[in-house]
Design a protein around this ligand. Structure first.
Ligand code: CAA
Length: 282
């Protein structure tokens, strides 16, 4: 696998393109408008500068990596040579189902179709294609160039061969892949989101303030970010939608999103991306 197409150039998409290009793969980055693609290239360049500044990447390797990324606003042109397509588009079931139907029609028969979804069922997405054995979850963590984990999620019909290829490829990116099965929230978010939700309930019930809750978890449990800061970083709307997938998928009230989280999202306080969540960002 040498030709990789990444669909969606937002935070996750540009991070995934960054990591593949840095490891020598040819990357086609696809988005619906050129302005988003230009912004993504500037972000990748800036993030590579951080690596150059600390000596983990040379200026020359940075330029080689950047030259491996081509941008496309046409899905057809962007995926025609792909050996692997990784979808990192909006986290919306209908958008993903429509997109996978098109990916299936437009890509090479042997191409593997992966999704970076954080909680939508791989099995459901695979069922929109004629190749469910070649559909798999490849869940990177934010910030992609820094975080070591790739959660590799097998849908109900994903083949052993495709799973082995994706596990192997993830290692070639200098990541540590972990294979899991397709149930709501997989493993990462099934465990992370109830912790974040509980932190929000702790605030909602006035047990402690925002900074106090985060300090307890940072200093007491050695988490790099407290759960409320992490929720802002992930996006409160994303946290809410994952909790809803868990709540609906298991039918268990323990996953019910805290009313404070629902209110904040409805009011437009979605965390870092909107300038305010549990903290203010200028
Ligand atoms: N690209 C390249 N390098 C980056 C980077 C990026 N986008 N972001 C940060 N870095 C580098 C920095 O240059 C820095 O490098 P050095 O330490 O070598 O100097 C290092 O990462 C640490 O960054 P900072 O000094 O800016 O700040 P920090 O020490 O506070 O670390 C952090 C930032 C890495 C984000 C850290 O706070 C952290 O690990 N937070 C938790 C992140 C996490 O839990 N992510 C998973 C979220 S869940 C998810 O993604 C999936 C989902 O489905 C919701």
């Amino acid at each position: 696998m040498n030709n990789i197409t990444v669909i969606g150039s937002g935070t996750m998409g540009n991070g995934i393109a960054h990591v593949f290009a840095q490891n020598g793969y040819k990357v086609s980055l696809v988005d619906i408008n050129q302005a988003a693609l230009d912004k993504a290239l500037a972000t990748i360049s800036r993030n590579m500068d951080r690596q150059v500044a600390k000596g983990s990447l040379s200026e020359e390797d940075k330029n080689t990596a950047l030259s491996k990324i081509k941008t496309f606003t046409s899905l057809k042109a962007g995926i025609e040579h792909a050996d692997l397509v990784i979808e990192a588009a909006t986290e919306n079931l209908q958008i993903k189902l429509d997109l996978f139907k098109q990916l299936d029609e437009l890509s090479k028969d042997e191409a593997i179709l992966a999704t970076n979804t954080s909680s939508i069922s791989i099995t459901k997405i695979a069922a929109a294609t004629t190749r469910p054995d070649k559909v798999i979850g490849m869940h990177f963590m934010n910030p992609v160039p820094v975080m070591k984990l790739v959660e590799v999620i097998r849908g109900y019909a994903t083949s052993d061969e495709v799973t082995a290829k994706i596990m192997d490829l993830s290692k070639k990116l200098d990541k540590i892949p972990v294979e899991v099965n397709d149930y709501p929230g997989f493993v990462a978010n099934r465990i992370l989101m109830p912790m974040i939700n509980e932190a929000i309930y702790t605030l909602y019930e006035s047990v402690a303030g925002v900074e106090e809750i985060d300090t307890v978890m940072k200093l007491g449990m050695a988490h790099p970010m407290g759960p409320l800061q992490l929720a802002d970083f992930i996006g409160l709307d994303v946290c809410l939608s994952i909790l809803r997938v868990l709540h609906e998928g298991f039918g268990n009230p323990k996953y019910a999103p805290c009313p404070l989280l629902v209110n904040m999202v409805e009011a437009g306080f979605k965390g870092v991306k909107t300038g305010e969540g549990f903290y203010k960002y200028t």
